[in-house]
Design a binder for this molecule. Structure first.
Ligand code: ADP
Ligand code: DP6
Ligand code: CO
Length: 359
């Protein structure tokens, strides 16, 4: 008798929102960036991807992925690179231990859902590929390190490499041609700055007109400002941001965050044809933060926008009334989340907590 078992594992992964943005690839095939980036991982109690991976010798046909109930094309090079890397690691285990079931040869069925807008500039590709990679790693019982999984997730979507870690996470661009030193690393755990909060405002849940992948490739090909950003602006800001986080200097953290968001959107505008991710409501959110900070005499709130119109506002708990209260008064019609940082999902903790079910 053959093995008719359906093997199944589930996981969740949180969103991360960059304060120094990744924008530009030096190697599109391996998904290697033109600059380092730094992000904050949010609590997965609020914005998260939930993914279940199954496989069985009884499944037939190609691998499939159902996202929010819709079948997705998994034939793209980036999803395939993730599947291939994970199957390769499983095959090594199977070779070392021939009594293991040959899961690496079975078709995969992936079912995923995001509890926030997909492809709208709220980093769904980050939580999405982090969850996809970890769900399959759990299914295959790989016990790979977060760094190893992060390298695989990076090939699915660059920003995903940062969602395998909690707290403050850098993605060092690296210089090796094979990407072996282009790695995510924890700068500080969430517990280092427990007062940090984020307010996520959904200005539009619609799918963006220009995907991050396409947008950044057009920027690299056409923007004159882009080179200055990648070579001069970001390297200095990475060092300053790491210092601001180490010293819990919110004023510096906020000013760097806002300037980097604005620099990134300036580079988008400098792209040919120009890319407009912000809209009038986004700009109203920027003005509101500028007003709050001017009245406070220092930066107590920081806005940042990924490739979309949706705002993320960072602030400290002691200013929650002022910052979240002002947003509620003036932009209270927007849906959103008020969230902490992802304390719980630091690396392997997620793997240990996940269930591997066998039916
Ligand atoms: P975002 O700003 O949301 O990250 P992107 O343009 O970077 O937008 O990427 C969106 C794409 O990421 C989706 O079209 C889909 O291909 C992929 N994606 C999003 N969520 C998931 C998920 N849960 N599982 C797998 N892929 C996902
Ligand atoms: C503006 O990681 O979505 O959110 O690697 O092509 O999938 P791909 O792009 P993606 O780009 C994210 C861009 C950003 C900034 C950031 O998250 O650092
Ligand atoms: Co993305």
């Amino acid at each position: 008798m053959g093995d008719n078992t359906i093997y199944r594992a589930s996981t969740t992964a949180p969103v991360n929102i960059a304060v120094i943005k990744y924008w530009g690839k030096r190697d599109a095939k391996l998904n290697l960036p033109t600059n380092s980036s730094l992000s904050v991982t949010l609590s997965q109690d609020d914005l998260r991807t939930h993914t279940t991976a199954s496989c069985s010798s009884t499944f037939s046909g190609p691998d499939t992925l159902l996202l929010n109930g819709s079948p997705q094309d998994v034939s793209g090079a980036r999803t395939q690179a993730c599947f291939k890397a994970l199957r390769g690691l499983r095959a090594e285990l199977e070779t070392a231990n021939p009594s293991l079931p040959k899961l690496s040869t079975y078709p995969l069925r992936i079912v995923s859902s995001n509890n926030f807008p997909t492809a709208a500039g709220l980093a769904s590709s980050a939580s999405g590929f982090a969850a996809l990679v970890r769900a399959i790693a759990n299914l295959y019982e790989l016990h790979s390190s977060p760094t190893a999984l992060s390298q695989i997730a990076r090939q699915g979507s660059g920003s995903a490499c940062r969602s395998l870690f909690g707290g403050y996470v850098a993605w060092d661009q690296g210089s090796a041609a094979d990407g072996s030193d282009s790695l995510a690393r924890e700068v500080a755990p969430a517990s280092h700055w427990p007062e940090m909060r984020a307010l996520v405002l959904v200005v539009s849940a619609a799918k963006k007109g220009v995907s991050s992948t396409t947008g950044m490739q057009t920027t690299v090909a056409t923007s004159a400002l882009f080179r200055a950003r990648a070579e001069d602006v970001v390297p200095k800001r990475m060092a300053e941001m790491e210092r601001a986080i180490a010293e819990r200097d919110f004023d510096a953290f906020a000013r760097l965050t806002m300037r980097d968001s604005n620099n990134f959107h300036a580079v988008c505008l400098d792209t040919e044809p120009p890319i407009f991710y912000l809209n009038d409501v986004s700009r109203a959110a920027i003005r509101l933060v500028e007003c709050i900070n001017a009245a406070a005499g220092k930066a107590v709130a920081a806005y940042t926008f990924d490739a979309g119109p949706n705002a993320v506002i960072y602030f400290l708990e002691q200013n929650a009334g002022l910052v979240a209260g002002t947003f509620k008064t003036f932009l209270g019609h927007l849906d959103g989340w008020q969230t902490e940082l992802g304390n719980k999902l630091a690396g392997q903790a997620g793997v240990a907590a996940d269930a591997l079910e066998q039916k």
